[in-house]
Design a binder for this molecule. Sequence first.
Ligand SMILES: *Cc1c(COP(=O)(O)O)cnc(C)c1O
Length: 357
Amino acid sequence: MKNKYIFTPGPVKMADDILTIGAKQTPYFRNYEFSKIIFECEKNLLKIVNAPDNSRVLFFTASGTAGMEATVQNLLSCDDETLVINGGGFGQRFVDICNLHKINNINYKVENNNLSDISNLEKYKNIDAILINAHETSIGLLYNLSSVGDFCKRNNILNIVDGISMFVTDELDMKKFNIDALILSSQKGLALPPGISMIVLTPNTISKLQPPTSIYFDFQSYLDDGLRGQTPFTPAVTILLQLHERLKQIIENGIKNEVSKAQKIANYFRKSVEPLPLQLYNEYMPNAMTTLTPSDSKQASTIVNDLDKIYNIIVTPNGGELKDKIFRVSHMGAMTKEYTDILIDALYNYYNIKRKK
Ligand SMILES: *Cc1c(COP(=O)(O)O)cnc(C)c1O
């Protein structure tokens, strides 16, 4: 496959040192040496997301959706009433998961609303759990995790957050946002290959686990094996080695600096494209991604195809009703100003407008 410039929300541009780890022989893992890697991954991840004391991390070899489904299976029961925040494709995925597993759910659709004002949620204060994608990646909408977290805490609601597509690029703090269960995965802001999903559980959440309904996704078995730095089944060993390195780097750089780096790049991109006939799709975008809508007669899908054909650049198309209306530009991963300039310059060239630097 041809090498292209990628601005997609997973997979994302990876750094050379991480790629180098991926090129090595996969080592054996049922030994103390590898357990140490898992222990350090757990410790560093808990620190980065500011998890409450005695929280735990489960490492699944699976993509992020498996993390979402496993969390629903292990934390919710048929007697629970769950509110699903549904702002697009990923919110709908939680609805589908609940329906398949017969979890009562209220499908709460949101549009151009980041839930900063949660007065509309008050009527649901007797529910047992909330399922929310911190960043609804299908349109680039970042929810206000602080207000949702306060609502959950006040009403003793289990706050289950899919932070997959805003982790590392936007603030994600379990204590500050009162998050009870946090779902993450490897191929977005962490800038690793796809294949690992991580679930962070607070001690209080661990005390509420449901009886298992799956062998592979039984949280208790991951918790038990995790005590000796192992997973029940063969993990994606190499991605865990890459995760280990990446988490170490984030600790060294400081998560605040990682977030502010992403913020600078997102702002730089948005400012740079202002003179072009492209508008920001909503006002609640994360640092992770920019969603653009053409303000002239061009169709978004045409722009996506042309960028690929003419400039070797992959931006992210939408499907369905939004196909011709929007496209998305990810700022996740080992992004730099120089790499972002490749896309900005291509867009100026495409519109035949001279760029002022
Ligand atoms: C990417 C993503 C996922 C996971 O998708 P997979 O393809 O299963 O890895 C889950 N939630 C959100 C919000 C995402 O952006």
